[in-house]
Write a protein that binds this ligand. Structure first.
Ligand code: ADP
Ligand code: MG
Length: 700
């Protein structure tokens, strides 16, 4: 049977070759199925028209019909804002635009009726609409029985070519009516019954052409369920495959390296959390199967010593170990730590980065190949093809969020058996991500800080209070402490940011003149060696102040630094702010974090400052971060990393994810290779969608 769903869209009524090409290029839609999978991002409820007088809430959407008058262009000579008055028979409300001003200027005709849609916001104690959706109002658009209309994303190019939201909705409707009845079920019937799911074809129909909000809700749930279910099935199948088939080296014994270090070199007693994760890791290393573990611990929780100790385990069993960090500074710092802590032990280690000198590199490569070098520390230079190991048994990747899964895997080609892999991160992984992006990893957590740490005191101050901040800095320096000053550097405004940094540096030089004071400066545009040199001066305590962009965000450790000053703090995200603050509070002294902003910052920026002042807990901050970023950013998570979802959302679907993971597990327990007749369609779909060549006998 020909699969109608795979038909090219140019054969759909109302499309044709030209529009087909546009849909291909702009939205990646090629087939009827692709079109069916292009879901509305919201619905317009044509049945509900509100009145201006009814606006009482800044969290719900309103749809109004009325006229637009009194347009004003504000700002001279350059117009920065346009306002207008929107009026219906109950009152008026202000409309505001900051963008697309040219277009807005000529958008409205006096006396004509428009339909506007949006959330009201409060400004100067009054409601207004900022950037509302605007349409010409045509009462005939309201079709009986179709009160809810899907709104689809389109692009500028499509709009210009006459393929706007409305036209697209029409095309999709044609498609739905033609094919919905032929859409096959792919979930096992038992699941559909158990979880009372809407049948698949009905769901596709109703997500595009709902009659009421209940339709939307049930169709959405069903389609999300399906997508997460197959995603979890895929993760679990791979996990089982790996557990069953990926043999790895066995670290059977705890030998001299580990024991000597533990007895004679350990600089401090381990925390219970550190002891526990070392145990968890040891169990993996003995198992005979490849370890694939995520070690999560807040900044300053002491992941490095754990890394060091398990590398010694590799050595005890005759294997080499690699430690990869995202930046040269961090790699160098790891080298210094090793050098200090392994002092007096006979361990051969070296540093390999992009700026390692040719002659030295040659020697290192030779020593890695011969096995003379036991531990190699470095940046992604480590995964280049020229790096060959004699017998790599363990790789540790610090600060995972900078590396992708692909880089993790690239170590695995370097040996006959894939080495054990430990990924370390300070970024709290919300539970949903632990089941998804990292769903193929086991997770260990260091959930306890080393003793004697005082929580960092955080304050939020405004630019005008700068003088007081400088006074405070002088006092801290007089007490023998060091200070970080961090400036944002955001790609989009890099030039401006560098100027700010430069100006900040010059101002600091005036406030903290030599010879009494010394200042280091580090930013991303400097040569690696210069950066390193500046950084090292600070690490050695030769400079009092370190001015930097976010290069220090990840991992540096200077226990004597007790103050973190963050300029334009509102421009950083919460997790970044938390990472930065984590650079201080590492010694026994009281540490401080000073967030400096303008008076004028957005409500969200304010919330971020408040959160930082309120809590030191990384997990709490991660959760607040998710909440603050809100649905507007879901697109970002939907497509983060290698995973792209059609309708599922890792951030907001936690209950569904949790449930489908359990159901997928149950299914695989009952029928590991999905060979039972009642699972035929499920297996078929799985193979078609994801793993054409998956060898099912591997997990059978
Ligand atoms: P992170 O987890 O952020 O990588 P580090 O490994 O850099 O943290 O450790 C932060 C600081 O805490 C370092 O100065 C380290 O020497 C110290 N530290 C780690 N573990 C302990 C411990 N058990 N007791 C005391 N200090 C510790
Ligand atoms: Mg670290």
């Amino acid at each position: 049977m020909v699969d109608l769903l795979q038909t090219k869209i140019e054969y759909l009524k109302g499309v044709g070759p030209k529009r087909a090409e546009l849909l291909n290029k702009e939205l990646g839609i090629f087939t009827f199925q692709d079109l069916m999978d292009y879901f509305p991002f919201r619905y317009i409820d044509r049945s509900q028209i509100h009145k201006v007088r009814q606006i009482t809430d800044d969290t719900v959407y309103y749809q109004l019909v009325g006229t637009v008058s009194n347009m004003q262009c504000i700002g001279a000579p350059r117009v920065t804002r346009i306002t207008a008055t929107f009026t219906d028979d109950t009152g008026s409300i202000e409309l505001v635009w900051f963008k697309g001003l040219k277009w807005i200027k000529n958008r409205f005709q006096p006396g004509k009726k428009y339909l506007i849609f949006g959330k009201a916001s409060v400004f100067n104690n009054r409601f207004n609409f900022t950037h509302p959706d605007v349409e010409d109002y045509n009462p005939d658009d309201v079709l009986v029985g179709e009160a809810l209309q899907g709104v689809y994303n389109t692009t500028e190019k499509m709009k210009n070519a006459g393929l706007g939201t409305k036209q697209l909705a029409k095309i999709i409707k044609t498609c739905v009516l033609q094919v919905w009845n032929m859409i096959p079920e792919v979930l096992p019937q038992s699941l559909i019954l158990h979880d009372k799911l809407m049948p698949r074809k009905e769901a596709y129909y109703k997500i595009h052409l709902p009659s009421n909000s209940r339709d939307i809700q049930q169709a959405t749930t069903r389609l999300k369920y399906e997508e997460h279910f197959f995603f979890q099935l895929r993760l679990l199948i791979h996990k089982k495959d790996r557990e069953k088939n990926t043999r790895s080296v066995v670290f059977q014994q705890v030998g001299d390296y580990f024991n000597t270090f533990y007895k004679e070199h350990l600089p401090f007693p381990l925390t219970n959390a550190q002891k526990r994760v070392i145990k968890e890791i040891r169990a993996d290393l003995k198992s005979g199967h490849q370890m694939n573990r995520l070690l999560q611990g807040d900044v300053g929780s002491g992941k490095t010593i754990v890394a060091l100790m398990i590398m010694l385990l590799a050595l005890d069993n005759g294997y080499q170990a690699a430690l990869m960090a995202p930046t040269e500074i961090l790699a160098t710092q790891h080298l210094e730590t090793l050098r200090a802590q392994l002092k007096g032990m006979d361990v051969h280690f070296a540093l390999l980065t992009g700026s390692t000198k040719q002659s030295e590199r040659k020697q290192i490569l030779a020593d890695l190949a011969s096995g003379d070098l036991q531990i190699i520390i470095g940046t992604h230079a480590l995964i280049e093809d020229t790096v060959v190991f004699k017998n790599l048994g363990l790789c540790i990747i610090d600060e995972q969020h900078r590396f992708g899964v692909a880089q993790r895997a690239s170590f695995w080609d370097k040996t006959a058996f894939p080495p054990h892999t430990l990924v370390m991160t300070a970024t709290p992984i919300p539970r949903t991500l632990a089941m998804t992006q990292y769903g193929d990893l086991d997770v260990s957590k260091i959930d306890e800080m080393p003793p004697g740490r005082k929580p960092v005191k955080t304050v939020h101050v405004f630019q005008e209070q700068r003088l007081a901040v400088i006074g405070f800095m002088k006092k801290q320096i007089a007490e023998g402490h060091q200070i970080y000053v961090v400036y944002p550097l955001i790609k989009e405004s890099e030039k401006m940011d560098l100027i700010n940094l430069q100006e900040g540096y010059e101002a600091m030089m005036r406030d903290f003149p030599e010879p009494d004071y010394h200042i280091s400066v580090v930013h991303g545009q400097m040569k690696a060696e210069d950066k390193d040199w500046e950084m090292q001066r600070f690490v050695r305590g030769e400079t009092h102040i370190m001015i930097a962009t976010t290069v220090i965000e990840v991992g540096v450790n200077v226990p004597n630094a007790s103050v973190m000053i963050i300029e334009n703090a509102n421009r950083f995200g919460l997790s970044q702010l938390h990472q930065l603050r984590g650079r201080v509070g590492r010694g026994a002294e009281q540490s401080y974090c000073v967030l400096i902003t303008d008076h004028k910052i957005t409500g969200e920026g304010k919330k971020r400052m408040e959160t930082m002042v309120k809590t030191n807990d990384g997990f709490e901050i991660a959760e607040a971060d998710l909440q603050l970023r809100g649905p507007g950013e879901t697109q970002g998570t939907r497509q983060s990393g290698m995973i792209e979802m059609k309708i599922g959302d890792f951030q907001y679907d936690e209950p569904i994810i949790r449930h489908t993971r359990r159901m997928a597990n149950l299914l695989l327990d009952a029928d590991p290779t999905l060979s039972k007749p009642e699972h035929y369609a499920t297996k078929q779909y799985f193979s078609q969608q994801f793993e054409r060549d998956f060898d099912w006998s591997r997990i059978g």
